[in-house]
Design a protein around this ligand. Structure first.
Ligand SMILES: *[C@@H]1O[C@H](CO)[C@@H](O)[C@H](O)[C@H]1NC(C)=O
Length: 625
């Protein structure tokens, strides 16, 4: 079959990408070396809703709960659970990591059934737990930075795959059963004689009814009925676990998804890019060069003839658009976000970011964004000056404050919903304060410095002068109306990215591992290229139609993919989510709004800057008397 060979080609190419190598640790978080009998700590993270195994299952909530939320009655370590330090990004993503009472030592107690504790769960809390079981909540453990996974079978294809986290319970026959026994398989690897590393953790949870007595020699093998919690009376639950040490090498989570789907996405993107590049190349080489030689020839022969096409508007193209302040602030912020995305993707490609830890990605993004404040200020002030603006101070101030403030307000509102829902994902006040300090303490001053440098350099020079009296604009054809062209042009970058977008969404909302940073970087490159070229194309069409007000149109056309992302997000909501609480819906729509806003600003900026470059090139190629 053709598919197999392309799969092998894909794997070979994939192996060349550094991100797939076993380098998923941040420099400070290298894997721990253990000798025999060393304690191996199990950390517990917040409970998250999970997509069940099959392809058509839906995500039922978006709210995280603390592992030690008193309603769960999980066993606590002696002396209370200790909170573990986390990165800024992890906190924003709702990770809350604590110590656990599991007593596991390297290569000890292999296959011994152990009792963790017995918990008394009153009826009210049993009701809460049953509700969470029905919503497919999953437990998330971490051992030496590795998330515990459950091996599952895809109900459609029968393939085995690893899913991060494991079920709190199961409701196979519509009756919720709590999992109170954990089969833990620790995969280890002898890195040098007598020195071991943990390379994988698998957990099979199961529900064990029967006697919940605290026996001295418990038996984990007995077949007993499942354990359902009664919602009317006190339940006594015994938690048991058994650790098996397994030396088989199993050191990656890369089999979670089939990589072929990513190759499909990539080929899809490449086809779109090739199609676009051919189109643009044809227009540039045939039409434009013919136009230029024709214009210049006419001038030489002194043949008095009417000008036509884009040359007609040479006295208008550099006329300042309306609202130059808003446009330049958006471009400045877009440039800052572009730089952030580029550097974050380089980090991810170099393998510095763990695929199992979404927080590290967010941390790098936040830090990059903060330190690229200067880029934002610089671009904003130069574009502002080029568009004939004079109020530099106001421009610098708005560039540094308006987007962070907007984002902060949205985050604040979302946090409010999380607090109301009693979720542990709510961002603590101290973290909020840290973000404010980062944004307004580092990013804003850097942005002002950038603005100052930019305004000293002034605007870019324009190859042709602007006429005193504006020209009449003929009515535009229907496909060149601003909204139509934004939607038309947006299809291409969106089409290049939408398969990858599905994985990003699943990683964001359904806590799935995202590891394909190589694909993500390639896709981002393709999106940038497509947004730029397609906007140049539409700007050219506009100028040919004697519509010279291209500045705002270019931004809107470039950002057109955001409208498609919004539509896709709503489709994802209908097809993959079945959120029943208002907080979850508000949360989802809030995040979707932020994603679309960022996409609009980033791709809009790319489109605007690309068009600006193209227009300057175009009009410096012709001779104007
Ligand atoms: C632990 O027990 C399992 C079988 O129960 C065995 O396959 C494995 O090799 C044992 N591990 C060690 C380190 O003895």
């Amino acid at each position: 079959m053709r598919g197999t060979s392309s799969y092998f080609l894909g794997s070979a190419l994939l192996a060349l990408l550094p991100s797939t190598v076993n380098a998923f640790y941040l420099p400070g978080a290298a894997p721990h070396n253990y000798v025999q009998h060393d304690p191996v700590d199990v950390y517990v993270n917040a409970l998250t809703p999970m997509l069940a195994g099959s392809d058509n299952s839906k995500l039922k909530s978006l709210i995280n709960y603390d592992y030690y939320n008193p309603q769960f009655h999980f066993c606590t370590p002696e002396g209370g659970a200790q909170s573990q330090p986390e990165s800024l990004g992890s906190i924003l993503f709702g990770d809350r990591i604590f110590t656990s009472p599991y007593d596991i030592k390297m290569l000890e107690a292999n296959g011994t059934c152990q009792i963790l504790c017995t918990a008394a769960i009153p009826g009210e809390d049993a009701k809460f737990i049953n509700g969470r079981i029905r919503e497919d909540y999953a437990l998330n453990w971490l051992v030496d930075g590795l998330p515990a996974a459950e091996m599952k079978k895809d109900t459609k294809t029968g393939d085995l795959f690893f899913d991060m986290g494991f079920n709190l319970g199961n409701d196979d026959d519509d009756i919720p059963y709590l999992n109170n026994h954990y089969e833990i398989v620790m995969r280890y690897h002898e890195s040098s004689p007598g020195v071991y590393r943990v390379v994988g953790v698998l957990v099979w949870p199961s529900s064990r009814g029967g006697s919940q007595e605290d026996e001295s020699t418990p038996n984990c093998d007995v077949e007993v009925p499942k354990l359902g919690l009664s919602e009317n009376e006190m339940n006594n639950i015994r938690y048991t676990y058994r650790v098996t040490w397994d030396a088989t090498r199993w050191d990656n989570y890369l089999h979670i998804f089939d990589p072929r789907i990513h190759w499909f996405s990539l080929i899809n993107s490449i086809v779109i890019v090739v199609f676009l590049c051919v189109m643009v190349a044809m227009i540039l080489w045939r039409t434009v060069s013919r136009d230029i030689s024709r214009y210049n020839a006419i001038d030489i022969s002194e043949d008095v003839q009417e000008d036509w096409g884009w040359k007609l508007v040479h006295g208008e193209v550099f006329r300042a658009p309306r609202y130059p302040m808003v446009l330049s602030v958006m471009v400045g912020n877009g440039a800052q976000l572009c730089a952030m995305c580029a550097v974050t993707l380089v980090f991810a490609l170099l393998g510095f970011l763990s695929p199992s830890n979404r927080g590290s990605l967010a941390t790098v993004m936040m830090v990059c964004w903060t330190f690229f404040g200067g880029i934002g200020g610089y671009y904003s002030s130069r574009i502002y000056a080029s568009l004939g603006g004079v109020n530099n101070r106001k421009n610098a101030f708005l560039t540094a404050t308006i987007l962070p403030t907007l984002v902060f307000i949205v985050m604040f509102l979302l946090n409010f919903f999380l607090l109301v829902a009693g979720s542990s994902g709510a961002v603590p006040f101290s973290t909020m304060l840290l973000i404010v300090v980062l944004w307004f303490g580092i990013s804003a001053p850097l942005s002002s410095i950038g603005s100052y440098i930019g305004s000293r350099q002034g605007g870019v020079s324009h190859p042709v002068r602007v006429n005193q009296i504006p020209r009449q604009i003929p009515p535009a054809p229907r496909h060149l109306r601003p909204w139509a062209s934004a939607l038309l042009a947006g299809i291409l970058p969106f089409g290049a990215a939408f398969v990858e977008l599905y994985f990003v969404m699943s990683s964001l909302f359904a806590s799935r591992a995202y590891y394909a940073f190589g694909f993500l970087a390639l896709t981002a490159g393709v999106v940038a290229l497509t947004s730029g070229t397609v906007t140049i194309l539409f700007t050219y069409f506009n100028l040919c139609a004697e519509e010279y007000r291209w500045h705002w149109r270019a931004f809107l056309t470039g950002g057109g993919s955001a409208f498609w992302i919004l539509a896709y997000g709503l489709f994802y909501w209908l097809s993959r989510l079945s959120l029943d609480s208002f907080s979850s819906v508000a949360l989802y729509l809030g995040y979707l709004f932020l994603i679309c806003l960022f996409d609009f600003i980033v791709t809009g900026t790319i489109g605007f800057l690309a068009s600006y470059w193209a227009v300057r090139r175009l009009y410096s190629a012709i001779r104007v008397d």
